[in-house]
Design a protein around this ligand. Sequence first.
Ligand SMILES: [Zn+2]
Length: 215
Amino acid sequence: MNYRFVFLGAPGSGKGTWSGIVSQRLDLSHLSTGDLLRQEVAEGSELGQKAKAFMEAGELVPDEMILALVDKKLGEVEGVILDGYPRNLAQAQSLDEILEKNEIGLTKVVYLDVPEDELVRRITSRIVCPNCGATYNLQTMPPKVEGICDRCGSKLVQRKDDTEEVFRTRLEAYKKQTAPLLEYYEEAGLLLRYSNFGPQTEERAQEFLALLTKE
Ligand SMILES: [Zn+2]
């Protein structure tokens, strides 16, 4: 069975974690547009070179470029998880056109629902390595030595974006963009809301997989 999922959720909702688990267990490709863009840039493809210009100027890569990228990748893989894409209603509509063109459809759109205060708690306890990019969480995944990266030994820092004030602003923007998206997929009968709260156990992984693969 070629499952095709979209995973939606606010920053800190666990999209990356669940995408990793589910793609491994169900043998799906995990497509995150951020990773795809970085890959294209690294490969120096035509798309990558164009995207690089926007990224270096600190601008958002335009929707149509992201769409071209997703289109290309969807043609290359069978089962897939789209992690954090689409981000808004316009992107969802474009994605539908691509899917239709390829005569394929989405299996489910999963929204990882996490209470706002919990998101704030998760994000503000996140620290990163400015050298190698490793991410830690003071509560759930602390480094072995306090303040020091396990991988490369550099001093860990909190990103400017990860303070409560900045994060709450980001969250508001995210909610505004996502609300119409959830409605769109709800109407299409594709939306699965999952309350992603509690410890990451094998039991929960089984439960989550069962929900995703239920007819
Ligand atoms: Zn490091």
